[in-house]
Ligand binder design. Structure first.
Ligand SMILES: Nc1ncnc2c1ncn2[C@@H]1O[C@H](COP(=O)(O)OP(=O)(O)OP(=O)(O)O)[C@@H](O)[C@H]1O
Ligand SMILES: [Mg+2]
Length: 388
C-alpha cells in the first residue's frame, strides 16, 4: 500500500507535472474523437433505462483520457457505442461520435453513430481502434493457441502471408513483455497467468496498428503488483506508438498513474473534466471530492476506507435536478429542481455543480481532502524542483 500511494505522488510529481511547454503542446494536439450529446437508453421488460444522458468527451491525439466513475455510471456503454457493439436492446436517442483518421494521406472525419456494424467491424474495430476488456478470457479463445489467435487477428486486416503474420506475432509478444515469445506462440490461454493473458490481449489489440486504444478496466481482475506492471506497459506503449488512449476505471489511484485528462462520470453524464492537475489539485464537484477521498491514505492506518454514502440513482426513473443531490451533503434546494449546467473553471477544467454558480454560498472542500491535496502539491513541488 505504501508503495502504491508513493507511486501516485511520484507519478503526479515527477512524470506527469505538465510544464508550460507541455500544456501548450496539449492545447495544440489534434482532436481525434469528439463525442457530443450522446444519449442512450435500454429497453427492458421492466421499462426504459436511461443509461447515457448527454455525454460529451474529447480525445486528443497522443493523449490518455481517463473515464472514472462508480459501477453503472455508463463508462462501458459509452465505449461500446464507439465500437458499434451496443447490446441489441440499446436505443441511441441522439448525439454524434466524430472520429478523425488518415486515409491514403487524406484526413477523414466520420460520425461513427451513422455507420453500420459491418462497416465499423471492417474499418474501425481492431483496425483503427483497439479495445482491451477487464477479463482477458472474454477476448481470448480458450481452444486456440495464442500464436494462432494473434496471427488470425493480423490476417483479418492485412493481406500478408501466414509466415509473415507469425513473425509479426512474435515481435508483438516481445513488445508486450512476454518472455520466450516463440515458445509461448504454441501455448493455450489457460497455460498463461492472468497478467500474461492480459499482455496477449494487448498484443492482439495492437496487432493492426490502431490509432486509438480503449482500455476498459484492464487491470481490475489482476492482483496489485501485476496491475502495476500492466499499467506501466500501457503507458510505455502509448508513448512509444504515440497512441491515443481511453482508460476506464473506477479507481482514482489508477487514474493518477495513467491519465493526461480525466472525465468523471456519474449516472450517465460527465460531471467534471480537466487535466490530471485540475482534478487532483483543484477538484470542484462534490462527487470528485468523494472519489478522491476514497483513495487509500497510507498515513491514516487503522482508519476505515472512505466510501461515498448512498447509492447511484435508479436510471429507470426520471431524474429531476442534479442526479448526485441525494448523496451530496452540500446540496441546495435548486439541486433537487434543476440540472446544473457545466460551469467553466479554466480553459481545461469544467464541472457541473450548482456550487459553482455565483449565487451559491461558498463551500470549502472537506478538511481532510484539502490536507491530502496539500500533501500531494508539496510532494509534487519537491519533485519538480529536483527535476528541473
Ligand atoms: N443490455 C443492457 N440492458 C439494460 N441495461 C443495461 C444494459 N447494458 C448496460 N445497462 C445499464 O446501463 C448503465 C450503464 O452501464 P455500464 O456498463 O456502462 O456501466 P459502467 O460504468 O461500465 O459500470 P462498471 O464499472 O460496473 O463496469 C447501467 O445502469 C447498466 O445496468
Ligand atoms: Mg464497465
Amino acid at each position: 500500500m505504501v508503495y502504491k500511494i508513493c507511486r501516485i505522488i511520484i507519478h503526479i510529481g515527477v512524470y506527469r507535472y505538465p510544464t508550460g511547454k507541455e500544456r501548450h503542446m496539449a492545447d495544440l494536439a489534434k482532436t481525434i474523437m469528439d463525442i457530443r450529446d450522446l444519449d442512450i437508453s435500454f429497453k427492458t421488460p421492466k421499462g426504459r433505462i436511461h443509461a447515457i444522458r448527454g455525454v460529451n468527451l474529447t480525445l486528443r491525439k497522443g493523449e490518455t483520457l481517463a473515464i472514472v466513475g462508480e459501477s453503472g455510471s455508463g463508462k462501458s456503454v459509452t465505449m461500446k457505442a464507439i465500437m458499434g457493439i451496443l447490446p441489441h436492446n440499446a436505443v441511441i436517442n441522439g448525439g454524434t461520435i466524430d472520429f478523425s483518421y488518415d486515409e491514403d494521406g487524406k484526413e477523414q472525419t466520420v460520425d461513427l453513430l451513422k455507420k453500420d456494424r459491418r462497416w465499423l467491424e471492417k474499418e474501425i474495430n481492431g483496425r483503427r481502434i483497439g479495445m482491451i476488456f477487464q477479463d482477458p478470457m472474454t477476448s481470448l479463445n480458450p481452444t486456440m493457441k495464442i500464436g494462432n489467435q494473434l496471427a488470425a487477428a493480423i490476417l483479418s486486416h492485412e493481406k500478408i502471408s501466414r509466415l509473415e503474420a507469425n513473425s509479426r506475432a512474435v515481435t508483438l509478444l516481445e513488445e508486450v513483455g512476454i518472455t520466450s515469445p516463440k515458445g509461448r506462440m504454441n501455448q493455450y490461454p489457460h497455460q498463461l497467468s492472468g497478467g500474461m493473458r492480459q499482455r496477449v490481449v494487448i498484443a492482439i489489440a495492437l496487432s493492426c496498428n490502431p490509432e486509438v486504444l480503449i482500455c476498459d478496466e484492464p487491470t481490475t481482475a489482476l492482483d496489485v503488483t501485476v496491475q502495476e506492471k500492466i499499467l506501466n506497459l500501457i503507458r510505455m506503449i502509448q508513448i512509444q506508438r504515440g497512441l491515443s488512449v481511453v482508460f476506464i476505471t473506477h479507481n482514482m489511484g489508477v487514474v493518477a498513474n495513467v491519465a493526461d485528462y480525466v472525465n468523471v462520470m456519474y449516472a450517465g453524464k460527465v460531471v467534471e473534466s480537466g487535466t490530471i492537475m485540475d482534478i487532483f489539485y483543484d477538484p470542484r464537484h462534490p462527487y470528485t471530492w468523494g472519489l478522491l477521498s476514497a483513495i487509500p491514505d497510507v498515513n491514516a492506518s487503522g482508519k476505515e476506507l472512505y466510501s461515498i454514502p448512498g447509492t447511484p440513482p435508479d436510471l429507470r426513473k426520471e431524474i429531476v435536478g442534479d442526479a448526485f443531490a441525494p448523496r451530496n451533503r452540500y446540496a441546495m434546494q435548486i439541486d433537487y429542481k434543476k440540472e446544473p449546467p457545466l460551469f467553466q473553471i479554466s480553459n481545461s477544467h469544467f464541472a457541473a455543480t450548482w456550487l459553482l454558480d455565483e449565487r451559491a454560498p461558498k463551500v470549502e472542500r472537506p478538511k481532510e481532502l484539502e490536507h491530502r491535496i496539500e500533501k500531494l502539491r508539496e510532494e509534487a513541488k519537491k519533485y519538480v524542483l529536483t527535476e528541473e
